[in-house]
Every structure is written in structure tokens, then in C-alpha cells.
Write a protein that binds this ligand. Structure first.
Ligand SMILES: C[S@@+](CC[C@H](N)C(=O)[O-])C[C@H]1O[C@@H](n2cnc3c(N)ncnc32)[C@H](O)[C@@H]1O
Length: 258
């Protein structure tokens, strides 16, 4: 269920992770790499469902420790390998994974183009990269919305540009969709609860930026400019990928005379 309150740190959730595992046809002998695993929820979901081997890393040692403890508690220690790593430096060798999972904006954090290029090197031919990431729904995103989401650090693509970037590295999109409103509502409700709770030791800067983002999303039109993109794409070096079109844009205000 999309609105289930799992330990994900982004819109999305277990149903997207498991769908990626199904599309990638994971089995016991499969190998998965998760980039920026956060609290290890997706890695554990795949290990539990497919009994496959999951390597998962995050730059934050606190996240990695949390994930390891969770996997042990769930009896998934033998299937999972969590480690601290900066995704901008993925030096694992080539062509050994069946699925690379980059949820919750992982590719944006590590550098989208480099992340996709590295993923292509790390995957076996014909195997999958699955991602969820923030995108812009339009080119003319209002400045207050850009400021809240980019924070002077990140930049975002539109869907069509994301598709073209994947295709530029020989990925063929098997399935793509936008996450529904309920995914944002679940995520922001959970983040708001966590940020407000005295039990959680978030920095003042993080609390302020999260509350600003939520405010902009609901009260300043953010939801009309921001979307979350889910894509499962197969590495198809041997096939010619049909390039994505330029996109369809139907004007919202038009006169209908019928
Ligand atoms: C929004 S959270 C998403 C976590 C998880 N994928 C999920 O969907 O719940 C982003 C994660 O990216 C990690 N991260 C940020 N920059 C990174 C980097 N350069 N290398 C590896 N992880 C990074 C953060 O520590 C954080 O856990």
C-alpha cells in the first residue's frame, strides 16, 4: 500500500521497491546494490521477499548502523551487507549487479549523470536500474518553490529530460509513473511528526528547511510544480533505444467549442 508508514525517508515505499524487484525478476542468486539506503527499509524488503543478496550503502554512518540493526532484528543479516560509502565514488568493479536501486533522490545526491553512468558499468547487460527522484513538472517553476527544493545545492530535471538522460546511457525504460498525492501526504506527515518530536535530534537547519519545504508544497503551489518520478529501466547496450519524444503539453486553459 502506497500510504503505508514504513521507514522510508522519501515519498515512495515498499510497493515501489517490490515492483522493481518483480520487474527485475529477482531470484535467490540475484545481486542487488542500493545507493543511499537511508534506514535500510528497501534493502530489507528485497532481501525478505526474494532472499537475494543486497549490498546497500549510505554516506551517513548513523543510517548504516540503523539499517544493520534492523536487518539483524528481522533475521536478514545473512542476505544484507550495509556499509558506509560516498556514492560519488562507486569503485566496485563492473557488471555484477542484477538490480541497482536508487530511491529517494539517490541519483540527485550523488550526481545524476555520473550515478547513471556508474550504474550502467555496475549492471549486467539487460538488468535494471530502479529509481525514485524529485522532478519538475514544468519549466517555469516559481522561484520560491525552486529555493525551497534546490536550497542552492540541488538541481532537478523534468520527466522528459530524465528519460533522455537514462537513454543517453543505454537504459530502456520498462516502466515509469509519477507517485500519487497520497505518497507526498504520507511522507510529509511522517517528516512533520519526526521533526516536531523532541525525541529526534535533528539540527535546527534541517528542521527549518523541512518545515519550509512542507509549507511551500501545500501553501505556495509547490504541488503544481514538483513531482516524484518512479522509473525502472533496463540496460540495453545491444538494442537501439527509441528516443523519448519531446513531451506533450496540453494547455490548461483553452476554449472548447463542440
Ligand atoms: C532522502 S534520503 C533517502 C533514503 C532512502 N533511499 C529512502 O528512500 O528512504 C537520502 C539519503 O541519501 C544519503 N546520501 C546523501 N548523499 C549521499 C552520498 N553522496 N552518498 C551516499 N549516500 C548519500 C543520505 O545520508 C540519506 O540517507
Amino acid at each position: 500500500m502506497i500510504t503505508d508508514d514504513f521507514d522510508y525517508l522519501a515519498p515512495g515505499g515498499r510497493s515501489y521497491t517490490l515492483a522493481a524487484g518483480q520487474l527485475a525478476r529477482l531470484k535467490k542468486s540475484s545481486r542487488v546494490l542500493e545507493i543511499a539506503c537511508g534506514r535500510g527499509e528497501a534493502a530489507c524488503a528485497l532481501a525478505e521477499a526474494f532472499k537475494c543478496r543486497v549490498d546497500a550503502f549510505d554516506i551517513d554512518p548513523v543510517m548504516v548502523e540503523y539499517s544493520m540493526k534492523k536487518a539483524e532484528k528481522l533475521g536478514l543479516g545473512e542476505y544484507t551487507n550495509f556499509f558506509v560509502k560516498d556514492g560519488r565514488d562507486m569503485d566496485f568493479g563492473e557488471g555484477k549487479y542484477d538490480l541497482i536501486l536508487a530511491e529517494g533522490g539517490a541519483l540527485t545526491y550523488i550526481g545524476r549523470e555520473e550515478g547513471i553512468a556508474h550504474s550502467a558499468d555496475l549492471l549486467k547487460e539487460g538488468r535494471c536500474l530502479a529509481l525514485t527522484d524529485l522532478i519538475y513538472l514544468r519549466d517555469d517553476v516559481p522561484q520560491p518553490v525552486r529555493d525551497a527544493y534546490e536550497e542552492g545545492v540541488c538541481s532537478y530535471l523534468t520527466e522528459i529530460r530524465y528519460r533522455k538522460l537514462l537513454e543517453a546511457y543505454d537504459f530502456e525504460i520498462m516502466f515509469a509513473s509519477m507517485l500519487p498525492q497520497s505518497a507526498w501526504d504520507r511522507y510529509y506527515a511522517q517528516m512533520r511528526r519526526q521533526v516536531m518530536s523532541p525525541k529526534n535530534k535533528f539540527t535546527r537547519a534541517f528542521k527549518d528547511s523541512m518545515m519550509r519545504e512542507i509549507d511551500v508544497y501545500y501553501n505556495y503551489g509547490g504541488m503544481f510544480s514538483i513531482g516524484y518520478f518512479y522509473a525502472v529501466a533496463r540496460l540495453s547496450r545491444k538494442k537501439r533505444v527509441k528516443p523519448a519524444g519531446e513531451g506533450l503539453r496540453i494547455p490548461l486553459a483553452f476554449s472548447y467549442s463542440g
